[in-house]
Design a protein around this ligand. Structure first.
Ligand code: CAA
Length: 258
């Protein structure tokens, strides 16, 4: 596939996707999301890649769904085309971890795209918001569902109902963001963290991602059972033998399944 809206690179064992529609502040049209999905599929199938970073520009991670593209949609266009999440599924199904590295605006679908990733690193310039209400619509890619799970009902209501943007400090305090870093360090910090992850045993990384995500889909007891069974299955891995032997022998582990 030819990429016209993103840049796809690798840094060691990390796949890096840079959203690249600068004139529209990385507004998320179908082509861009299709390209992200295709690039994720490539990284997922590439055994030399252990983790993925998605970033935008200094000014905007993404300023939302493409308003120009959807402005004239009828209800039938939206419903029949399953707008907007139809082609966003690849983000949800990717089994390798994804870090969103956010600088500048992450608004509407941009905030929702970041929340679909496994964790968000924010530059000190980042601004998160769900301003769809100002356009006469509501968040349509998970904002009303993932935001309350991430930051609680009170702040989610505040953001969705008033369209107020929150800065990186408030986002970190609220639990939306894993780390806040100086803007000039953002991508490096995300790649460094992704490199650490990509150095661990890939099946264990995937088990952890799956188990943490279970916390949002199940009761506590069901989630604990899932975790315990998955934990038991880790004892079938060579990498468990290697990890524990290395600890006992006071050396660095060399994981086989990366
Ligand atoms: N869609 C399409 N184009 C967009 C866009 C979007 N979401 N956001 C910005 N752009 C375009 C602008 O139209 C402008 O293009 P032109 O130069 O051709 O006029 C260019 O990007 C630069 O934008 P601004 O001149 O507005 O830049 P600014 O610095 O003055 O303001 C901003 C920045 C506050 C982010 C402002 O652009 C803005 O409010 N954007 C819209 C944010 C928004 O409402 N997002 C939600 C979209 S709906 C959605 O996402 C639904 C969903 O749940 C999936």
């Amino acid at each position: 596939m030819e990429y016209n809206n993103i840049i796809v690179e690798t840094r060691g064992r990390v796949g890096l996707i840079t959203l690249n529609r600068p004139k529209a502040l990385n507004a998320l049209n179908d082509q861009l999301i299709d390209e992200v999905g295709h690039a994720l599929g490539g990284f997922e199938n590439d055994e030399n890649i252990g983790a993925i970073v998605i970033t935008g520009s200094e000014k905007a991670f993404a300023a939302g769904a493409d308003i120009g593209a959807m402005a004239s949609y009828s209800h039938m266009d939206a419903y029949k085309g399953d707008y907007i999440t139809r082609n966003w599924e690849r983000l949800k199904t990717c089994r390798k971890p994804i870090i969103a590295a956010v600088a500048g605006f992450a608004l509407g679908g941009g905030c929702e795209l970041a929340m679909m990733c496994d964790m968000i690193f924010a530059a000190d310039t980042a601004k998160f918001g769900q301003p769809e209400i100002k356009l006469g619509v509501l968040p349509g890619a998970g904002g009303t569902q993932r935001l309350p799970r991430a930051i609680g009902k009170a702040k989610a209501m505040d953001m969705c109902l008033t369209a107020r943007m929150i800065d990186a400090t408030e986002a970190e305090r609220a639990g939306l963001v894993a780390r806040v870093v100086p803007a000039e360090r953002l991508v490096d910090e995300a790649i460094e963290a992704a490199t650490v992850i990509a150095g661990f045993s890939l099946p264990v990384v995937m088990m952890i991602k799956e188990s943490v995500n279970r916390a949002f889909e199940s009761s506590l007891n069901e989630g604990l059972l899932f975790e315990r069974r998955t934990f038991h299955s880790a004892f079938g891995l060579d990498d468990q033998k290697e990890g524990m032997a290395a600890f006992v022998e006071k050396r660095k582990p060399v994981f086989k399944h990366r």
